[in-house]
Write a protein that binds this ligand. Structure first.
Ligand SMILES: [Zn+2]
Length: 268
């Protein structure tokens, strides 16, 4: 079901109620808890949605309380990228690994850190925001206030912006065109692989994870693209930390967030 956020918060919540009621009715099992993935920033402990840039009229919405009142079941509300990360860690590209980092390349770059089957949410519940790892002190100003955030270079939006001069295309089209030999697209895709490799090297140096999962349209860009990201990461990461790390595409597509939200509800 699309969010249709432009219709306003009340209508979105009423559609959310319909989606939950439909899922419960169609499940054929007794439901014990409800997990919800939502754009951040949000207070995942209290289940309060704070002020997501993608949901303009949502300010301090107590989503957990609202859904608990309606359905009389325990509710977990979690950042959508964290849900996707938990889904991939439990059932997707990160299964069998004890440490996994997810980067999801969409409008921005979302991320999740899953350690031993549990999300690392930080002291205030705001981790992880790896899209705001800076790769250039003098780079373009990001919405977060920092400069040169990886989000400004490797999100789908950033890839599309860089291609714009030569005609507007979606990120997925650009990856496809590059694959078919379009020179401008090829250059942009190659640059993006290096930017991503630099960000991935920072993550490897910080966390030494077993798996780094990349999700979003580019996850379909193919093995050649991933080889470039790995090469760029290897050139920059500490040798010992790079050894044995897997850098792989996501496996669950759009279901990752739903599966992860269910795990989040189960683990609360
Ligand atoms: Zn930023």
């Amino acid at each position: 079901m699309p969010t249709l956020k432009e219709q306003g918060r009340k209508k979105v919540i009423s559609r959310l109620f319909d989606a939950i009621a439909g899922a419960i009715a169609g499940s054929g099992v007794r439901i014990k808890a409800i997990g919800v993935g939502c754009p951040g920033p949000l207070d995942s402990k209290k289940g309060i949605v704070l002020s997501p840039p993608n949901l303009p009229d949502w300010r301090r919405v107590p989503l957990k309380k609202i859904i608990e009142k309606k359905f009389r079941l325990p509710v977990a509300v979690e950042n959508d990228a964290n849900c996707a990360g938990l889904g991939e860690a439990m059932n997707g590209a990160g299964r069998k690994a004890s440490s996994m980092v997810l980067l999801t390349l969409g409008t921005g770059i979302g991320s999740a850190i899953v350690l031993n089957g549990k999300l690392w949410t930080g002291k205030g519940g705001f981790a992880s925001e790896l899209g705001h790892v800076s790769i250039d002190l003098n780079g373009p100003k990001c919405g977060c206030g920092n400069k040169g955030c990886i989000e400004m270079y490797a999100s789908a939006t950033a890839v599309e912006r860089r291609r714009k001069a030569a005609g507007k295309m979606t990120a997925e089209d650009i990856y496809k065109a590059a694959e078919k030999g379009d020179k401008v697209s090829r250059r942009i895709v190659d640059e993006t692989a290096v930017y991503l490799g630099a960000a991935v090297a920072n993550i490897i140096n910080a966390l030494d994870p077993e798996v780094i999962v990349l999700a979003g349209g580019m996850a379909k860009a193919g093995e050649k693209y991933f080889a470039k990201i790995r090469k760029a990461a290897k050139e920059r990461a500490l040798k010992e930390s790079f050894k044995g790390v897997r850098i792989v595409p996501a496996e669950l597509g759009e279901d990752a967030g739903i599966i992860g939200a269910a795990w989040r509800a189960k683990k609360q």
